[in-house]
Design a protein around this ligand. Sequence first.
Ligand SMILES: Cc1ncc(COP(=O)(O)O)c(C=O)c1O
Length: 419
Amino acid sequence: MAGFAAMHPFAPAAQAEGYLAMIAELERDLATITGFAGCTLQPNSGAAGEYAGLMIIRAYHQSRSQGYRNIILIPASAHGTNPASAAMAGMKIVTVACDANGNIDVDDLKAKAEQYEAELAGLMVTYPSTHGVFESRIREIVDTVHEFGGQVYMDGANMNAQVGLTNPGFIGADVCHLNLHKTFAMPHGGGGPGVGPVCVAEHLVKFLPSHSVQSTGGEEGITAVSSSPWGSALLLPITYGYIKMLGAEGLRKVTEMAIVNANYMSCKLKDSFRTYYSGESGRVGHEMILDLTNFRKEYGVEVGDVAHRLMDYGFHAPTLSFPVHDTLMVEPTESESKEEMDRFCDALVEILKEAQSVPALVVNAPYTAAEVVGEWAHEFSREQAVYPLEWVRTQKFFPHVTKIDNGYGDRNLVAVNEE
Ligand SMILES: Cc1ncc(COP(=O)(O)O)c(C=O)c1O
């Protein structure tokens, strides 16, 4: 729609009334969903949202003549962007330990909050955690930080396990970011722009980011965190449409399905793959970490080999070795059908059997069409390599490139030699 696609970010406001109305309504909706009073759509990614949120916290402390508060507590389970954003915001990071179940070690949190009371800026916490678990002591965690004068930044990257069921405002946080490219239907991956809105409680609204060309943000707004006033505004109609079409009930159902789907897969796989962390009820949140830590020692197979082998079954591998080494983190979301989840589970179970019986089959994956029609030097058949399960035949995907040395490629420029 040209009205959305052809707008210049610095077009005079009078020429963008429709856009601005949509932006204002989306900001309101996102504030409602997160249980907060205000929202900015300026940050272009989750990480940019973290940075903006922390700068808002900094401005808040400064406004109370407590600009010296610059210690941020970050649990060991946090996503790497959390400490990176905190460092960019000029804060000093103190790591909080996790217990054996993957939860924040509340005793350690209390001890550190007390130790750094005079300089405590706040806590960054992800809920459910990157370990895929709803921490039952989240309220106590939030209260502890407030008690010692800190603000609570909730990393909302896992909001698809909260929308319509709970929210950061209700839990007691002060700021959160959302990843519209995760929770709110924007295409994810491929390096395209994201949107990482920041929502804040009433006392922080006045610090929402401003802009030097367009009028936006709070009256004491921090400086802009993006070159354009509403960030990647072109993408916003996707989230706007998603929220309007689903409505309150639909959004809640999406969250429920995301959680139910993850628990379905975790249960279905339990005899073959242990789920690394689960909550007190034995359940996971919206994702699960599957334990493959024994693969290298027992079968001589790397977890990266399993990820590559999944391509032969037609799957893009899930997150690898994060946040725990030698694991796969699976997040089915609400949108996969039961049949697709079953196929994925079957593929993983079959790969486990392959690792146990013909490890070379997994180690040499994936298999390209060129390799299959060429000379075949492997101990297993071409059939086993490319059609490991019956249903793969009907929807075969051939990767174009076989395994490359990722580590080498990360460290060295590998140029194509045309000769
Ligand atoms: C828990 C968590 N926080 C923050 C981020 C950063 O988001 P982005 O990739 O949009 O910068 C991610 C991204 O995967 C995440 O999982």
